[in-house]
Design a protein around this ligand. Sequence first.
Ligand code: BES
Ligand code: MN
Ligand code: ZN
Length: 484
Amino acid sequence: MKIQIRAVSQISPDQSVICIVGKDEIPSHIVLNRSEKEYALRRLSENDEYVFVNSYYKCTYFVKANTELPHFMMLEEIRKRASSMKQLIRANNHTEIVITSEGLSEDVSEAFAEGFILSIYSFRKYKTKEEEKEKGRYPQKILLHNIKNKDKVLWLSALCEAVYMVRDLINEPPNFLNAPALAREIKKIGNSAGFTVEVLNKGKIEALKMGGLLAVNRGSIDPPVFCILEWEPEGKVNNRPLVLVGKGVIYDTGGLNIKTGENMSQMKADMAGAATVAGIMYVMAKCNIPLHVIGLVPATDNRPGGNAYLQGDIITMFNGTTVEIGNTDAEGRLILADALSYAGKYKPELIIDIATLTGSAAMTFGNKAIAVMGNADEKYFKLLEEAGNMVYERVARLPFWDDYKEMLKSDVADIKNVGGREAGAITAGKFLESFTEYPLIHLDIAGTGILKKDDYYRIKEGPGSGLRLLAVFLKWLASEMEKR
Ligand code: BES
Ligand code: MN
Ligand code: ZN
């Protein structure tokens, strides 16, 4: 399912149009007859969510932007409005549709396109009946009127394609997508976009002594993988790379500390962080962002097989640290820790990890914010917050004091993998921090990355949380570094 986005400079009178306005006025470039105009104006002044005019040979939709809101909130309202209109737009069977605006900034049309495209996603790969597959119908072409900057069209297309890819990966059931299969899919994505992918297999992982990844994998019937994604463009603006690390738990049963039904139900999405890293790399390469970025994806499922790791085990991690296993359900931090230590070989400028890591983050912020913490320079957090507002994947900061690290003390090993019930999201972050000497930002998407029901254009199961956030963050970072 691929939707084309193109920029157009003209709208012909017979084309169907979505027109976003700031005032109760019909722009001159919208062709309607007098009674249609009167109708539209009356409805606009009544402050309806949107106005629909069916002229027999074309459809015209008007959407009013609330210009009193802060700009980034107005954009989000437009994205949500687009998702509320998806049934109606779909019912009209357009093969293409123009999006235009009047008296508003260009990004308003982009926001509508984005909200619309992201909201019509559905995962139908395993539907066998034609009429069920049919439900996925949509306008194949979205024409953005008067977007002067062609790069923006490319950016928006790449971003939407990447979100779709991430969602597809998350939605794939674990019996199809095990760790080796995930590695294959990531390779395909790399080939299509132009970044490289190296896959370390179990033998290599053993040789490297990645004790965290191997311990989690012990109860599994499939081998683990460790994927290294790299985008190193000519003319890169950074000397030291940025490293992204994504949690690739294919399915989290909890291991021997097994989860119960309700808690396990959506755990195929526990590789959302890994999928997101692949999606971000796709955007970087497709849009030729001049930033050297490396993605690390440790992947395995977490199962209670006969050889599964146990509560009480003491394991030795990739960097030699010993870890007492207090709970086999705190597996994400173990595979991430090995990747964070491994990242040290690149002497990175910054490491960002993204993971569906703790129920605690979900309990704290619900699906409204990504929990963020770390020890990196404040300038990065500031940029991340701005990016979060712009794409409306907002981040909420948690304290990251060393006091929390005390909760991870072990009597028998260097550290324990759980810190008790309190402050669970923070102690998980502190655990990760202790495995790298490089600046770290940790994003916990447990609340935003797995949804039980659709939240406008954030489609249930795996909405693709964090992708637009980090893609925009990296793009902005690249242009800031270019200026330096
Ligand atoms: N993948 C889960 C976290 C999670 C929970 C994500 C709910 C999305 C929704 C993680 O591996 C986990 O099980 N965390 C435990 C840690 C605990 C045992 C210290 C948790 O948060 O309960
Ligand atoms: Mn778990
Ligand atoms: Zn997990």
